[in-house]
Each structure stands twice: as structure tokens, then as C-alpha cells.
Write a protein of this length. Structure first.
Length: 529
């Protein structure tokens, strides 16, 4: 059996491991032949020291060199497409096509290229110049960034290639990738390609490092270590909050994506006008990828009546007719079963078929319903996130009850309102939208939230517990870069000692800078002293 090394300080070397583990093919339940290390703290310590050295070198590295690396890495991923898709499919059971080959990997490559362009152009750093007082400031790299990749996006959020990785590197930081143990082989291939690109582009050897698995205590030490600049985590609320407590205690920035049920409000006019179409959209979005999306719509508010009952019936039929998906792991299936049990224990009733047995990495598609008044009796329990193809319908009696339900919602990544296209729902929309708007990072109209476009305007964030801070996004360049930077101010510093972005001459002629209160791409003329 092959036992793979870790990537630390520019070398693929044997790990200082406490044990080893194997990935499992969720489609078959069989263990894969390759073995990976469960690292001790010694590996984390070595990676931190190497990362700190690399951070010092990267501060002296040009934006052009960083952009060249990101672009070359993207090129290498394109060339390795077949190998990457095969490995990720084997480890996650996610469809090779279209999901992995046609959607997620191209998105990952696009993120890297967008990050390269942002690094090259430079406006992300918000350079600000006051020529009268000779004070200048901009955002600069923090230091080593630890990226904890999730189980559900083996490419686009992977610690060794995903959006957090791209943003951290573009901002000038080295990355220590903590791979997810459900897809270690995928993370290894990504890190191999990244490391090869590091060598080709002459970046510091410690720019990219990879550790596969560590215990909870080591994770908490990692995010709170004095050598860390910041951390990014995508995963469960329990794990995220433990890491946040450790990082907060040490004063270290950490950016979390955790729990979201992504409420959808179906206004009466929408269901009366096009109920079957809306039910099909909702069902398709809820079932996509086995429901294992952070933006999966898992909570729908309906107004009691014939059209609401028809919607529930059509969604029920779609859920019952769809195949039982292979989830990412048996632990995901077990966790989903526990969430459904919690929802039912709080008063939710089963709408889909009664058989609800966990079988290996599978759990049946599940639709639940509850009356609005019963939701209001147990609002916390009935917002339990069910990570999988599961949704809860909350049937309210009137607008007052709908307001009360929305007022009890926790923070979410997304929220959606479906309304009549002829304007019949305008009054109700105006009443409910402000309540939903304050509880979500991205508000949608007449569109399911599952897709997350890699657009500069995208916010993939939201109020707690969707994330740890509502002011930042994990998707959307250049804003995502700013999570991994610190504001540096220079007061009366001689021009040749300033970062290029703050010198009188605009370093590339494209960078937008705030000079004496005016945004401009022109070079600035300092006020005579």
C-alpha cells in the first residue's frame, strides 16, 4: 500500500505521524488503497516555521511574480484535468460530468486567473495617498495563511487550490493547506501541481504546503500560533466555533463559513401564477449534489392554502422519485439522520416516504413540514441544518406569522423571495424583504441560491452562524483578498522606501488609488514642503 508524504518547507517528506488513514469511495463504501498520514503537531510546527520564512521572502516578491504563479498553476490544472476529475470522483462520488469536469474545476481555474489579475492590477489593496500631510496607506500581506478545506468542494474550496488559497496567495501570503481527509488524493494532486508551479515561477519553496489530517487540539494550536497571519475554515459549526475560540483568544484573524439553511419565501402570487414551475426549480436545487451545497435551500416559507399544498405535494413526488444519493461519507449520512431526528423531535412532520434508514453513505431524500405557529414554539431546534437532500416547509397562516418566522431566523448565506411577475405580491414583498435582507449575505429574487458565480460583486458570506463575520466574502475577487491583509500606514516615509503602490508614480498605470480624496489612475504630484 502506498503511503504518501506531506509537503513541508519545499520537500515532499515522510510525515511525523501518529497514525495513517485511507479515503473511502462513497459510492461503494470500499476503502481506497492509498494511505495518508495523520500528522502530529511536529508537522504543523515545521510548516509554520517554513511559512514564516516564505512570508518574509514574499514581501520582497513582485506582484508580477505572484500573478505568474497563479496563472501557471491554473494552466497546470487544465492540463491535469482528467487525472484530477478521476481522483475526485473516486473519493467523493460527485458526478465526473458535469459537476467536477464541467463546473467545479473550470470555476477553480477561473478563480486562480481572476486572483492573478487582481494581484497584477493592485487596486484591491486600497492605496490611499495624502500628499499634504505625507501620509500614505495600503493593505499588505499578513503572513502564513492556514486554509481548512471542506468535504463538499474538492476543487473550488480546496485548501491547496480553492478560493481562499487563491485570495491568500494573491494578497502575498504563503498558504498552509489542511486537506480534508475525505479526499486526500485530490488535495495531493492539487498540491503537486501548485508546488511545480512554485518552482517554475521562482517563488519561495514554502509558498505552498500541505498537511492531510490533524487532531482538534493541533488545529486549535495552528490557528492561534504567533507565526500565523490568518486562517480560513469551511465546515461544521462545531468545528468552526472551536477554531474561532482559539484564534480569538490569540488575537488572530479567522474567516469561517459554517452553517446555513438558506430560507426561500414563496409568496402566494408566485405559486398561483407558476406553482409547478417553482416546485420543479426548488426540487432540482434541493436535490442537486445530494443537497451537499452550503447554499442548498433547506427551509421554505409558504402561505397556507391550496397552492401551498400543491407545492408540497409536487416537491414530495420529486423527492420520492429521485434516487437516493451517495453522500460524501457515512458520517455525513449519520449526521443527516441525526438532524432529521432533531427536526422531527421539535415538531416537524415527514412528508416523503416513511422509510428513513441510513445505509452506508446514503440517506433518503427527505421533505418535512411544520405549521408556522409550531415553528415559533421551537425556532432554534427547527433551524437545525440538515446537510443533504432535505428540506423543511414552514406553512404560515398570514403575513403576521410570516414576519414572526423571519424575525426568528439566524444568519444565512442566502435568502430568496419568489413573487408574482405581475406585481400582485408587491405589498407583501415590501413587508417581508427588510426582515430577510438583514439575515442573509445574498438576497435573491425568483432564483434558487445554489449557484455561486465567481463575480467581483458576489458575496458568499453572511451574518453568524453562516460565517464568523458579516463583513467579508469567500467568493468575489478582489474583495476576498482583503481578508488576508493588514492596513499599513506610512507617515513621512521617503518615497524610495515606500511600497510601489504608494509612490508618486502609479506603478502600472491601471491601479486605482485614492489621492487627496479623489480616485485616480494618474500619478500624483506631491504638495511642496
Amino acid at each position: 500500500m502506498t503511503e504518501h508524504p506531506v509537503l513541508i518547507d519545499g520537500k515532499w517528506r515522510a510525515a511525523k505521524a501518529v497514525s495513517t488513514f485511507q479515503a473511502v469511495n462513497p459510492a461503494t463504501g470500499e476503502r481506497l488503497n492509498e494511505s495518508y498520514p495523520f500528522s502530529s503537531w511536529d508537522d504543523c510546527d515545521a510548516a509554520l516555521s517554513a511559512g514564516a520564512r516564505a512570508a518574509g521572502e514574499l514581501r520582497r516578491t513582485s506582484a508580477e511574480s505572484i500573478a505568474r504563479f497563479l496563472t501557471r498553476f491554473a494552466d497546470r490544472l487544465e492540463a491535469a484535468k482528467a487525472r484530477l476529475v478521476e481522483q475526485a470522483h473516486l473519493e467523493t462520488a460527485l458526478p465526473a460530468s458535469p459537476r467536477l469536469a464541467d463546473v467545479e474545476l473550470p470555476r477553480t481555474i477561473n478563480q486562480l486567473r481572476q486572483a492573478a489579475e487582481a494581484a497584477l492590477e493592485g487596486s484591491w489593496a486600497l492605496p490611499t495617498i495624502d500628499t499634504t500631510n505625507q501620509i500614505r496607506s495600503c493593505l499588505e500581506a499578513l503572513g502564513p495563511v492556514v486554509v481548512f478545506g471542506p468535504n463538499n468542494f474538492p476543487f473550488a474550496f480546496n485548501g491547496a487550490a480553492g478560493g481562499d488559497f487563491a485570495a491568500a496567495i494573491a494578497a502575498g501570503n504563503p498558504v498552509i493547506a489542511k486537506g480534508h481527509p475525505l479526499h486526500p488524493g485530490t488535495s495531493r494532486i492539487l498540491a503537486e501541481e501548485a508546488f511545480a508551479a512554485v518552482g517554475e515561477c521562482g517563488l519561495p519553496s514554502g509558498t505552498v504546503q500541505l498537511i492531510y489530517k490533524i487532531d482538534h487540539k493541533s488545529g486549535e494550536r495552528l490557528v492561534s500560533d504567533r507565526r500565523v497571519g490568518a486562517s480560513a475554515f469551511t465546515g461544521s459549526r462545531t468545528a468552526g466555533m472551536a477554531l474561532k475560540a482559539a484564534a480569538d483568544g490569540a488575537g488572530k484573524p479567522i474567516y469561517l463559513e459554517m452553517s446555513s439553511i438558506n430560507p426561500v419565501v414563496m409568496l402566494p402570487g408566485a405559486l398561483a401564477e407558476r406553482g409547478s414551475k417553482v416546485a420543479a426549480e426548488f426540487s432540482s436545487s434541493s436535490l442537486l449534489g445530494g443537497g451537499q451545497f452550503c447554499t442548498n435551500p433547506g427551509f421554505v416559507v409558504l402561505f397556507a392554502g391550496e397552492h401551498a399544498e400543491q407545492f408540497i405535494e409536487e416537491v414530495r413526488r420529486a423527492f420520492d422519485a429521485a434516487p437516493t444519493p451517495a453522500l460524501l461519507s457515512s458520517s455525513v449520512a449519520t449526521g443527516l439522520a441525526a438532524s432529521v431526528t432533531a427536526l422531527r423531535g421539535a415538531g416537524a412532520e415527514l412528508a416523503t416516504a416513511a422509510t428513513q434508514a441510513v445505509s452506508g453513505c446514503r440517506y433518503p431524500n427527505t421533505l418535512l413540514r411544520v405549521a408556522g405557529k409550531d415553528f415559533l414554539s421551537h425556532p432554534e431546534q427547527l433551524q437545525t441544518e440538515a446537510f443533504g437532500s432535505t428540506a423543511l416547509c414552514v406553512v404560515v397562516g398570514d403575513a403576521d406569522e410570516a414576519e414572526a418566522v423571519l424575525s426568528h431566523l439566524e444568519g444565512n448565506l442566502t435568502g430568496c423571495i419568489y413573487s408574482d411577475t405581475g406585481g400582485k405580491d408587491e405589498g407583501l414583498y415590501a413587508r417581508l424583504e427588510p426582515l430577510l435582507r438583514q439575515r442573509v449575505g445574498r438576497l435573491l429574487n425568483d432564483k434558487m441560491p445554489t449557484g455561486v458565480a465567481v463575480s467581483p460583486a458576489m458575496n458568499h458570506g453572511g451574518p453568524f452562524p453562516a460565517t464568523g463575520h458579516p463583513g467579508f466574502t469567500a467568493v468575489g475577487i478582489p474583495a476576498s483578498l482583503r481578508r488576508f491583509a493588514m492596513l499599513c500606514c506610512y507617515d513621512n516615509v521617503r518615497e524610495h522606501r515606500l511600497p510601489p503602490a504608494l509612490r508618486d508614480e502609479n506603478p502600472n498605470g491601471r491601479m486605482w488609488r485614492l489621492v487627496d480624496g479623489r480616485y485616480t489612475q494618474a500619478s500624483c504630484i506631491p504638495t511642496p514642503t
